[in-house]
Structure formats: structure tokens, C-alpha cells
Design a protein. Structure first.
Length: 263
């Protein structure tokens, strides 16, 4: 596992964006061979998206031959709903870059056949040759996408019932009204994420410190889904000083020293 420790959220966002841009440009994607990117929603990736938009508009990176698969979507929210992840991605990223609409994939939370939607999503990823880089954030309980504590570490795209803690956390996007937060969602599985060539998790702030401690220093456990990243050959966690505040000092020093040597 590679752990990138930066001073604050802004530095983490810039590093993550630079890494994504570097991976795309190094791949040299074409219409016949697209770069496949897994994407998250939420407040954590906003800074990364902002930096990628600036690079795209400055001509430093192109998304013309990039295919994207989002991690999840609420069940029951139409794409035009301000809190749907379709809407989030369009407003905060897609409409500002040169990505082709046909290359955008987000689970359909309005489908009448959830099982087929989930199977089709997995099939679409495979048809693209798999995900080159899957990006995600984590919850305070260590969940990845909507794979909450107790989720199978080999799970695939499926319906998930959200825990009360997640509903409480997401209520801030619904005028702090928990009754308006959807109780179920479609989400890629942990196994789906782990199939990617590389996985990059972004975590900032003191409220993510316990999850980061379990993810880096703890044992692999389905009660802390982030810990599965220890099993990935090319897993990266990008975090700030507050997020690593509960790690042992020698752990922090080790990862900082490793990165300084590679500069």
C-alpha cells in the first residue's frame, strides 16, 4: 500500500488530480482503447474535480477518450434531482470537461429491475476491459461507496440498505432532514473496486482518522471495509495530517520517508 500524506485538503486534492491526469496521459487513450476511470461523489472529491477541470480547460489533459463508471446512486431519485449522483457529477465535473456523454456510466436508481441493472453494470465494466483507476472516499466508519461495515469483501454491484449513521451523515445534503434521505442505493461492490488495476482512496479531516487507522494499521476486516485496500497490489491512500493523527508516529514517518525518497 502507498500512503500519501499531505498538509491539508487542498494539497490532497491537487495531488490526486495530478495523479489522475498523469495516469490518463501516460495511457495515451484512443477511441479504440479508452482509459477507464471509477469515480466517487460527495464532498471529498470536489477539490480533485476542480483541479482536473482546470487542467482540462488549460489543455493539459483530455477526457475525450476516457470512460467513467460512478460508484453508486440513490434508489428513487431521478437524474435531475439536485441530490442525485447523476446531477452531482454533471454539475461538478462532467459539464465542465470534454467527456463524451456515451462514455459516462452511473447506476440507474429509477430502474424497475434492480438485479438486471446491477448485472448490466458489471458487464459494462468488463466490456471496457476493466477499470484502470478506481477513485473513492471513505466514511467515518470505513465504508467505501455504499459498502458499509459488514459488507462482503468480495461483493459485486448490488442494492444496499443504508445504515442510520450514513443516513445521518448524508442528511446535510437534504436540509438536515433525515426523512428525505433515501434509505437504499445501488453500489458497486468491494470486489468490483478491487478488480481495478489501481485504487486510490482520498481521506481528509480528523473525523476520518479512526477509519484510516483501521485501514492502514488494523487487520483486514469486513467491519472496516477500507482495510481491504491492504490486499490490493496497487492501492493508494491520499490523506492529510489530521486524517493520520491516530496512526503510530513510526507509521507516519515510514510513509513520509518512502515518498521523500521517490521524489
Amino acid at each position: 500500500m502507498r500512503v500519501i500524506i499531505k498538509k491539508d485538503y487542498d494539497e490532497c486534492s491537487k495531488w490526486a488530480a495530478d495523479f489522475v491526469a498523469y495516469k490518463i496521459k501516460r495511457f495515451h487513450p484512443t477511441a479504440e482503447k479508452s482509459f477507464v476511470l471509477g469515480l466517487p461523489t460527495g464532498s471529498t472529491p470536489l477539490g480533485m474535480y476542480h483541479n482536473l477541470i482546470k487542467q482540462n480547460q488549460a489543455g493539459k489533459v483530455s477526457f475525450e477518450n476516457v470512460v467513467t463508471f460512478n460508484m453508486d446512486e440513490y434508489i428513487g431519485l431521478p437524474p435531475e434531482h439536485p441530490q442525485s449522483y447523476h446531477y452531482f457529477m454533471k454539475e461538478n465535473f462532467f459539464k465542465h470537461i470534454n467527456i463524451q456523454q456515451k462514455n459516462i456510466h452511473i447506476p440507474n436508481g429509477m430502474t424497475r429491475d434492480f438485479e438486471k441493472e446491477c448485472q448490466d453494470y458489471e458487464t459494462a465494466i468488463k466490456k471496457c476491459g476493466g477499470v484502470n483507476l478506481f477513485i473513492g472516499g471513505i466514511g467515518t466508519d470505513g465504508h467505501i461507496a455504499f459498502n458499509e461495515p459488514g459488507s462482503s469483501l468480495t461483493s459485486r454491484t448490488r442494492i444496499k440498505t443504508l445504515r442510520l449513521d450514513t443516513i445521518k451523515s448524508n442528511a446535510r445534503f437534504f436540509d438536515n432532514d433525515m426523512t428525505r434521505v433515501p434509505k437504499t442505493a445501488l453500489t458497486v461492490g468491494i470486489g468490483t473496486i478491487m478488480d481495478a488495476e489501481e485504487v486510490m482512496i482520498i481521506a481528509t479531516g480528523k473525523n476520518k482518522a479512526e477509519a484510516i487507522k483501521h485501514g492502514i494499521e488494523g487487520s483486514v476486516s469486513h467491519m472496516w471495509p477500507i482495510s481491504i485496500l491492504q490486499m490490493h497490489q496497487h492501492g493508494i491512500i491520499v490523506c492529510d495530517e489530521e486524517a493520520v493523527s491516530l496512526l503510530q508516529p513510526e507509521t507516519v514517518n515510514y510513509f513520509k520517508e518512502i515518498e521523500n525518497r521517490t521524489l
